[in-house]
Every structure is written in C-alpha cells, then in structure tokens.
Design a protein around this ligand. Structure first.
Ligand code: 8YV
Length: 313
C-alpha cells in the first residue's frame, strides 16, 4: 500500500522528520520556490497537513487540498488554522496541549525576572569591565509584588502558581471567574493593569482576543509597570506598546511573541527596557520531543482508525 501523503508547512526537528518520513510521503511546502505550482502539482494527493502553531493553515491553502482529512498542529495555539473551514469540510484538527504548559510558564517567569532584575544589563556589566569601575545601578524586586495574569487557562494557571511561589499577590482577568482558584478575579483589564506591578498575558490568540491589550491598558500599568507577553503578538496594540516603552510610560517589557514573526518591528531592537525572545516558550528539547510525539501519535491514530489523542475539531 502506498504511504499517505502529508504536506508540511514548516520543518520539525530531525527526530520527528525521520519518523514522519518513514511512515508518510512528505511534501515540504517551506522549500517550494513557487508555492502555487507546488500545490497544483501535489495538492490532489495530500491527506494530512502537519503545521506549526505560528505558521498554521489558512482557508486558501486548505481549499487546494481536496482529499484533506486532518491537520495536525505542532503547538497548542490553533489560531493560525482556519477551524471554521475545517469544521465545515469534515477535516479533523489536533494540537499539542499540556505537554508545553510548564515550559511556557517558566519562560514567562524568566522574562519577568530578567526585565525586573535587568539580567541583560547585569550580564554586560560583569563582562565588559564596567564592574571594576563601579557597581551596577539597582533594579526592581519581584518577590511579593502584585501580578496581574491575563487569561487563566492552562498556561495562565501554571504561571500563577509560579508567581504565588514568589509570594506575589496574583489577580487575573478571564472570560469568567474560576471559583476553584485562590486568586482575585478582575473583570476589567484596565483595572487589572492599574492594580498590577507586572501584567502577564497568557491568552489564546485569534479573533476573540485580538487587540484586547489596548493602549489604555498599557497606560494603566504606569511608568514602573512591567509587561510580559507569552501568548500571541495579536493580543496587544503593538504600536501603543512600542510608544509606551520608547517614551518610558511603562517600566519595561519581556516579550516572546510579536506581530509579523519572525520579521518583527525593528523598533524593538532599539529598546533598552525590553528583553526579547524568538517565540521560544515551548523551545526546550524535552517539550519539543513531547510535542512532536503528540503530532505523530495523532496522525498515526487517524490513519489507523483510532480515536484522536488531542482533537480540536
Ligand atoms: C509553537 C506555539 O508552536 O504552542 C504554540 O501555540 O506557539 C509554540 O509552541 C512552537 O514554536 C513550534 O513552532
């Protein structure tokens, strides 16, 4: 029997590629010089798409794959996949929840600490000879501060646990209060920002959260406030964030996600009060191996007629 044909939107680590190549005929969209020609040539045979959280699969792409049965996403966020098109056309969708939660929350904590304690500045001070001429300026404490968590899903809850372990007072904004959690619910995002020393965004991306962190929210954080985003760049009014950071109207930012990744706004590179990461919340060997396994297991379940492990659609 011939192997099922899989379209890959972006590359996976070699340990996943080897396994996928042994089971499927892989078509590498990211290597195609002319995507339209590539899809016209291979689209008819493709039964699965393997994509990545941030690359996704839009309706114009999915429409070119008439035999498509499943989209397997290497990531928890499916905002870049047209779920409505999938639902309407009987296409299954899977993602990789849970396995990345703790690493993304760790990176959020790392960013919060790195910005407040100015780790990049301290590192430079220790390396470049400035230390011998004088001590570094003082920084900002994290322990015991007020942390506002925006979004209280799996990642928000994992982040909140960490902040609570630093004796921070945690409050949160979400669609609805979570009575089981020991944190204060604040139903107004501007109010949450006003009450917080650190505002940490952990929301899912997509139309429902686009631009939810407005200029007014950023302003309410104030000149000493620190903003952290480990969710999606789309959740924030990025122009307002850049203005506030450049003009010192907020204290600083730790950012793992941006609009137009990886071609992010060059204004970010000029900021002294921001610590930037290349969308690396899930970027550990351990988590990426678990994510890849989940993608492969979902595909294997689908093609052997078994229930999907982590279905979204
Ligand atoms: C990326 C993510 O998928 O899980 C998500 O939603 O955005 C990330 O884990 C990861 O960078 C792999 O491309």
């Amino acid at each position: 029997m011939s192997k099922p044909e899989v379209l890959m939107v972006g590359p996976y680590p070699s340990w996943d590629m080897e396994d996928l190549e042994s089971r499927y005929t892989i078509h590498r969209l990211w290597e195609a010089e002319d995507r339209e020609r590539f899809l016209a040539q291979h689209g008819d045979g493709i039964r699965a798409v393997a994509t990545r959280g941030e690359l996704g699969a839009s309706a114009p792409l999915l429409k070119k794959l008439p035999k498509l049965e499943i989209v397997s996403c290497y990531g928890v966020g499916t905002d870049a996949i047209d779920l409505r098109f999938a639902r309407e056309n009987g296409i299954r969708v899977t993602n990789t929840p849970d396995v990345l939660t703790e690493d993304v929350a760790d990176l959020g904590m790392a960013l919060m600490l790195a910005v407040a304690r100015q780790l990049p500045e301290g590192d430079a001070h220790a390396r470049d000879g400035r230390w011998a001429k004088g001590n570094m300026h003082l920084t900002t404490r994290v322990f015991g501060k007020r942390v506002g968590v925006v979004g209280m899903g799996r990642i928000g809850a994992a982040f909140a646990r960490r902040a609570a372990a630093f004796d921070c007072t945690v409050s949160y904004f979400a669609r609805s209060p979570k009575p089981d959690l020991p944190y204060a619910f604040v139903g107004d995002l501007v109010e949450l920002a006003r009450q917080s020393d650190f505002l940490v965004v952990t929301l899912a991306g997509g139309e429902g959260t686009r631009g939810i962190v407005t200029g007014e929210v950023i302003e309410a954080l104030g000149p000493d406030g620190i903003f952290v985003n480990i969710s999606r760049g789309t959740t924030v009014d990025e122009a307002a964030l850049l203005d506030a950071l450049e003009q010192g109207r907020i204290g600083g930012a730790g950012l793992d996600v941006f609009l137009n990744e990886p071609a992010i706004d060059p204004r970010f590179a000029g900021l002294k009060n921001a610590v930037l990461q290349p969308h690396h919340g899930s970027g550990t060997v351990e988590t990426r191996q678990a994510m890849g396994k989940l993608v492969r297991d979902n595909l294997a379940a689908h093609f052997s007629g078994q229930p999907l492990l982590t279905p979204v659609v």
